[in-house]
Design a protein around this ligand. Structure first.
Ligand code: G1P
Ligand code: ZN
Length: 542
């Protein structure tokens, strides 16, 4: 039976950089999730007769939310919902499934790398038929629907048993429960030289993959250990937990601390990697050497021809504007286009669909290709393994060779988290108001070449997105970017992105924060971040 429940709009159901993210308790408020899900259905023109993919990263409230969404999809007349066992799917696997099955879209339950649990975060993201995050016009329509919703519809039925693959019926909707790992692992086999990577492990190559108690555990075990022969125990923290073991499942040197300690120590294996809560981010680290995501993207682009799935060459590449320009240098040499988009994976979808880019990535540990329409943590790890196998070099040797050839883009991001939102907004708007007067001025040792408020015109659909971060270029081959996070759930987070290029062959081995000292000082001179935000130092430096 379908029940119709009267409701009224709830403030703030506006999808951000990556879906709607809020504190778990807010999502648990009666009607909160239901309102947003109904707004998705309304915003996309209904669900009647459509096929939907559903799954999440297994965080606290994933299981209950999946049952509610199944009942609401049934009430909306969905023909079929394909759901991962126990309501689980990594974000990349969900993207692949939408594409493989020709589904009309998918709902992904995740707040990515944000902590989970009753006091953590929860999130809901809608992906469209190409498998990618809903683009701006769709998220706008969902937001509008959320401001107008007056009722939601839900089927009354007991919870479905999602614990094993099979099919079930909910009202008129068929629910197909699938193994979340198999199809994704098969896709990886089509892209990479599994034989060469297997030979690497036979030869004694050692790696550690830290799944951070999040969704990639089962995927990494199956692919790295079962299919590629990495020794048992190469994948650690491999059982997904609802609160990620109390940790912060964000694969960067700060949060993947144990892995970093191992990789910097005397017993370090050849290769270390980690992924985030929902499996779309990655971290790559060699023995004694952390590879920044921007460098990783550039290396992957420069070596993609060594990997079977990309042997035909790249159509183009894309990066988010704040990501380092290391990628641009590779693209220049390859003679292909390099697109700069606003932050957030949703802007890559059109470029990939139109064949304008094959690879894309962000400085925030996201790397991916046109095999799906999300960034993909394990894919990046396999890319590296395949490159190491083909080049027969260590991570450090690959990096040194890369910097010798292209020069090095020293890069870092300083985050000021959960700061006062009014102060952060004022800092950015005051700076915006001064942009016109900056060119030609000096900030400490650096001279401003140009200052702009980044806006992007999508080359495919012509849509324009404005105010995507303040970008300041210096004459000394340096760059500073400031923007406010669109994924936080408390206060505001200011991100300061710092970059400086050194052509080499000298000066390629500096400590990054030291190499960036003048850019850091310029940022402080420009807008007095620490005074205005009442902080003495950034909360996270990556
Ligand atoms: C952050 C990252 C961005 C990424 C997003 C989702 O968004 O900066 O690159 O796409 O998470 O993983 P932000 O909080 O900066 O808006
Ligand atoms: Zn993620």
């Amino acid at each position: 039976m379908i029940k119709t429940i009267p409701t009224r709009p709830i403030d703030g159901q506006k999808p951000g950089t990556s879906g709607l993210r809020k504190k778990t308790r807010i999502f648990q408020d009666p009607g909160y999730l239901e309102n947003f899900v109904q707004s998705i259905w309304n915003g996309i023109g209904g669900l009647e007769g459509k096929v939907l993919v559903l799954g999440g990263d297994g965080r606290f409230f994933n299981a209950q939310a999946a049952q509610i969404i199944l009942r609401m999809a049934a009430a909306a007349g969905a023909a079929r919902v394909i759901v991962g066992r126990d309501g689980l799917l990594s974000t990349p696997a969900a993207s692949h499934l939408i594409r493989e099955r020709g589904a009309d879209g998918g709902v992904i339950l995740s707040a990515s790398h944000n902590p989970g649990g009753p006091d953590g975060d929860f999130g809901v993201k809608y992906n469209i038929a190409n498998g990618g995050p809903a683009p701006e016009p769709v998220t706008e329509a969902i937001f509008r629907a959320s401001q107008e919703v007056t009722q939601y519809h839900i089927v009354t039925a007991p919870d479905l048993d999602l614990s094993s693959p099979g099919t079930a019926r909910l009202h008129r909707t068929e629910v197909e429960i699938i193994d979340p790992v198999g199809d994704y692992a098969d896709l990886m086999e089509t892209l990479f030289d599994f034989t060469a990577i297997r030979a690497l492990f036979v030869g004694g190559f050692r790696m550690r993959f830290d799944a951070m108690h999040a969704i990639t555990g089962p995927y990494a075990r199956e692919i790295l250990q079962d299919r590629l022969g990495a020794p048992e125990g190469s994948v650690v923290n491999a059982t997904p937990l609802p609160d990620f073991g109390g940790g912060h499942p964000d694969p960067n040197p700060v949060w993947a601390h144990d892995l970093m300690t191992l990789m910097m120590g005397a017993q370090a294996p050849d290769f270390g990697a980690a992924s985030d809560g929902d499996g779309d981010r990655n971290m790559v680290v060699g023995r004694g050497l952390y590879v920044t995501p921007s460098d990783s993207l550039a290396v992957i682009a420069a070596n993609a021809h060594l990997v079977p799935g990309y042997a035909a060459g790249l159509k183009g590449v894309a990066r988010s504007m704040p990501s380092s320009t290391a990628l641009d240098r590779v693209a220049g040499e390859l003679g292909i286009a390099c697109h700069a988009t606003p932050t957030g994976w949703k802007f890559f979808g059109n470029l990939l669909d139109a064949g304008l880019a094959t690879l894309c990535g962000e400085e925030s540990a996201g790397t991916g290709s046109d095999h799906i329409r999300e960034k993909d943590g394990l894919w990046a790890v396999l890319m590296w393994l395949n490159i190491l196998a083909a080049r027969r070099q260590s991570v450090a040797e690959v990096m040194t060779a890369h910097w010798q050839r292209f020069g090095r883009n020293y890069y870092s991001r300083h985050d000021y988290e959960e700061v006062d939102a009014a102060a952060a907004n004022a800092l950015v708007s005051d700076l915006r108001a001064r942009l016109d007067q900056l060119a030609g001025t000096r900030l400490g040792q650096l001279r401003v070449l140009e200052a702009e408020d980044f806006s992007y015109r999508d080359p495919v659909d012509g849509s324009v997105t404005t105010q995507q971060g303040i970008q300041i270029r210096f004459a000394e081959d340096a760059r500073l970017v400031l923007r406010l996070s669109g994924t936080g759930t408390a206060g505001a987070t200011l991100r300061v992105y710092l970059e400086r290029f050194v052509a080499g062959p000298e000066g390629l081995d500096a400590e990054p924060q030291a190499a960036l000292a003048e850019v850091i000082a310029a940022a402080e001179a420009l807008c007095g971040i620490r005074t205005r935000l009442g902080r003495t130092a950034p909360d996270v430096v990556t």
